[in-house]
Design a protein around this ligand. Sequence first.
Ligand code: PAF
Length: 281
Amino acid sequence: MNVVTTIADVRAAVAAARSRGEAVAFVPTMGALHEGHLSLVDAARRRGGFVVLSIFVNPLQFGPNEDLAKYPRDMAGDTARAAERGTSLVFAPSVDEIYRRERTIEIRPLKFADDWEGASRPGHFTGVLTIVAKLFNIVQPDVAVFGQKDLQQACLVQAMTRELDFPLEVQVEPTVRDSDGLALSSRNQFLSPRERKAALALPRALTRLRAAHRSGVRTGAELERVAEEVLAAEPGIELDYLAVVDTRTFKRARTVGAHAAAIGAVRIGTTRLIDNELLQP
Ligand code: PAF
């Protein structure tokens, strides 16, 4: 596995792979790789011959009071884990390599981003879409693989890809969880043992909500109430939002249809975690 840091080197490596007739699959990440990221590499390997994984902590998607400075970084561990899992190329650029000049352009979502992560993290999705568009243009993959844990992000990336006619497929892979049910996240390492126990209320609430849905509850408000009760019983966490939404619009769903999902975000001390459950009919 090669590790490159320049756009020119990625392009050369991808061109060489294409000249060998290999398809190109891409996994964008911000590093601190865990099993969730590595499951995306597995999915990418199933799709293509040449798997590119990017590691770039994108300053544009962090608000002024967010955790950019303390976001976990572990380049040596990341490259070892990526190689072990069969990645072909790691692209780990510097901030200067990616944002070389004063920026005049950004990609701002017109829809789907007003609420939830978009409301709690103003400017976040503009930062995400801008870097993802740049990475798509740099790597030019046939398929890019994203995790369902960041569901609103995945839906926005799919919308951008469709509307801006990027010639690639966006594939979304299921969330990977620890044995206790907590969705894997690079930010879990910030949790103390007590906070981690409290954090489990979020997947517990979503599981309870899904069970209520399976047993026939079909109104969004009722389902939300089931989850909120679980969260209210856990004093260690502060609820940011818990909602049943239609994933085609990211607006609250009054009644639960084929495209519904329950999404939630909580704060535990200084750590913010998100999770979701698709509500299949
Ligand atoms: O999900 C992430 O890790 C990031 O938002 C992404 C897609 C790599 C863009 O920086």
